[in-house]
Write a protein that binds this ligand. Structure first.
Ligand code: TXA
Ligand code: MG
Length: 329
């Protein structure tokens, strides 16, 4: 199969809709990461997503709808804080897990009774969702466990030959996947941290918990139990107070002829003068938007990425450290 990359516009969207309606799977942009899309009511098409990604069949998918879609067609909106959250943060990088009405096929929810629902803010994606006139399920458009793609080219690098079309909507502005929030109970609970932070949710919903994932727990969001986001090169992770150790490893690797890169936030650059660097930027949003791109650049150029962890875990940093530790730890 030949994989084409086409700029997202009216014509390419019409072509995408044709493929989707005939049971195909395509790459689509969102504001977080690129998705691997199929019509959510088409069991055969959804099975293709799992095949193409090599995704474990116990890890459910997110359903994406446009901003005017009546979500009560798909889920039961049971908590009074849900409309407030939607008002404030949707469209945007927030996914709500609610009780499903069973319209989305069972393959997409792995037989479960809940559905994860998201309204992407990416304008091209909105146009696609409107044109398709159906909910589209999509995981990140990478081979399972690999780093998530934030450009059409990244999708191509992973899925070339496996899908017919990738809609190119530019580099994703968000850079890490949406916050997944369980809203089936009185207090919402973050299953996967992201750009919509605990603090932002608390402000609107009055409270917010963070799910803890310990070994042996019954897993509520199956995706979080897997090692994830891994670049295809060796990695190491150091804390910010272990800069000397990171330098020692860099020098040792370089001395044995390996290409080593330090990945860190930009303010630390001066500690690593003369070394190969993958700089992440300064503020939380900037670091999130650059993280996967630097990992994917790093795996092409480096034998080992030596990453320096973030000094904090509040706000957006919770999502960043979660990805950084799973990708490099
Ligand atoms: O930003 C995003 O969310 C991107 C873009 C493409 O929308 N999508 C994405 O999908 O990251 P994926 O499949 O890579 O991650 C979905 C996460 C997984 O951790 C999965 O376990 C969780 O959402 N999830 C999906 N349905 C769920 C459900 N019914 N209950 C609990 N967790 C669910
Ligand atoms: Mg993913």
């Amino acid at each position: 199969m030949i994989t084409e990359i086409k700029t997202i516009n009216e014509r390419s969207i019409a072509e995408a809709v044709k493929i989707l309606r005939s049971g195909g799977v395509i790459g689509m942009p969102t504001e977080t990461v690129y998705g691997l899309a199929a019509i959510g009511t088409d069991s055969r098409a959804v099975e293709k997503i799992y095949e193409v990604k090599g995704r474990p069949s116990d890890n459910p998918l997110i359903a994406h709808v446009h901003r005017d879609y009546d979500i009560e067609k798909l889920v039961f909106v049971e908590q009074d804080y849900i409309p407030r959250l939607m008002n404030e943060y949707m469209p945007g990088p927030l996914t709500l897990v609610m009780r499903s009405r069973g319209i989305i096929c069972k393959e997409a929810v792995c037989g479960g009774d809940t559905l994860a629902l998201r309204i992407p803010s990416h304008e091209g994606c909105q146009a696609l969702l409107r044109a398709a006139d159906a909910p589209i399920v999509a995981p990140s458009a990478n081979i399972s466990k690999h780093t998530s793609p934030v450009t059409a080219r990244h999708v191509y690098d992973d899925l070339n030959g496996k899908i017919p079309l990738i809609l190119d909507g530019g580099k994703c502005s968000g850079g890490i996947e949406s916050t997944v929030l369980d809203v089936t109970e009185k207090v919402p609970r973050i299953l996967r941290a992201g750009l919509i932070t605990r603090e932002m949710i608390e402000k609107v919903a009055g409270g917010c918990e963070i799910a803890e994932h310990k070994d042996g727990d019954k897993v509520k969001s199956p995706g979080v139990k897997y090692r994830h986001y891994r670049p295809r090169c060796r990695t190491a992770l150091f804390k910010e107070d272990e800069i000397e150790e990171a330098k020692l490893l860099y020098d040792k690797e370089t001395a044995s002829g390996n290409r080593a890169y330090i990945m860190c936030r930009t303010p630390l650059a001066n500690y690593f003068e003369g070394k190969n660097l993958l700089l992440l930027g300064t503020g939380g949003e900037e670091i999130a938007s650059n993280l996967y791109e630097r990992l994917l650049q790093g795996e092409k150029e480096a034998d080992i990425i030596i990453a320096i962890d973030m000094p904090r875990e509040d706000g957006v940093y919770l999502g960043i450290t979660n990805r950084l530790r799973k990708s490099c730890g």
